[in-house]
Design a protein around this ligand. Structure first.
Ligand code: G3P
Ligand code: CA
Length: 240
């Protein structure tokens, strides 16, 4: 099972920052999960919320600011512990970081509230530029974004992200559209869902796995990946 650091090592460091990504690498995580939005000038920026307030203390939306302005905003401003200035990263900076290691990456396209025109094309363009095609899984709660990525680049692995308990036969759905993974909330994982996805040969990457009991359960189900705020804890449990 692969362990992905959710928004980087966000249990201990400010989420979606280069610091949290570096700490995930040092902890031995197999991969990193992170979130992308578009700035006012159409650049990919790594941040979870559409609004800046929760992590930066600033007013407004990501799309109200240029990439240059966003790059000077401290993404760790409201984090409990201070780590100095940890700016909102550009997607390109993140890809450069990936080039310095062998980690894989789950790039979540945050089009579930605002739809950013051509965000899928832009994300793929950057991934191709940095030759990271075989180290990325794209996912989104907006399945049209996932479908668009697949339409643009059939060979890039994608995951259907969801947390809705009314979803049924997700493995069959993914297989029908040539999508390799399902990314359910851990609250939705049960024997039946694991069996259905296995029958359809669809991998499961499960979020957000923050207790030893949860990672043990996922080991029992032999899923493809666990996405955790605490990659160190997951790796410790898996070593036992
Ligand atoms: O990709 C898994 C997980 O990150 C989805 O939820 O809200 O943390 O982006 P969220
Ligand atoms: Ca995410």
């Amino acid at each position: 099972m692969k362990v992905f650091a959710h928004r980087g090592f966000s249990g201990k460091y400010p989420e979606n920052t280069l610091l949290a990504f570096q700490k995930a690498e040092q902890a031995g995580a197999d991969g990193i999960e992170m979130d992308v939005h578009l700035s006012k000038d159409g650049q990919l920026m790594i941040i979870h919320d559409e609004l800046l307030a929760r992590t930066t203390g600033k007013e407004g939306k990501v799309s109200d600011y240029t990439s240059r302005e966003l790059s000077s905003i401290n993404a760790g401003k409201t984090f409990a512990d201070s780590y100095g200035i940890t700016p909102i990263p550009r997607f390109e900076e993140y890809c450069e970081f990936l080039q310095s290691n062998t980690m894989i990456s789950n790039v979540e396209i945050k089009t579930d509230n605002t739809y950013y025109p051509r965000i899928e094309e832009k994300a793929l363009e950057v991934i191709r530029h940095y030759h990271l095609e075989d180290r990325v899984i794209f996912s989104s709660f907006n399945w049209l974004s996932v479908a668009r990525i697949k339409q643009l680049e059939k060979a890039i692995p994608c995951g259907l992200l969801y947390g809705d308990s009314s979803v049924r036969n997700i493995g069959a759905l993914a297989r029908t559209f040539g999508i390799e993974y399902c990314h359910p909330s851990i609250a939705l994982v049960d024997d039946e869902m694991v069996r259905e996805c296995r029958e359809q040969q669809i991998g499961l990457n499960v979020w957000t796995v923050n207790t030893p009991e949860q990672i043990e359960a996922l080991r029992h189900w032999n899923v493809a990946g666990a996405i955790s705020n605490f990659p160190d804890m997951c790796l410790d449990v898996l070593k036992r």
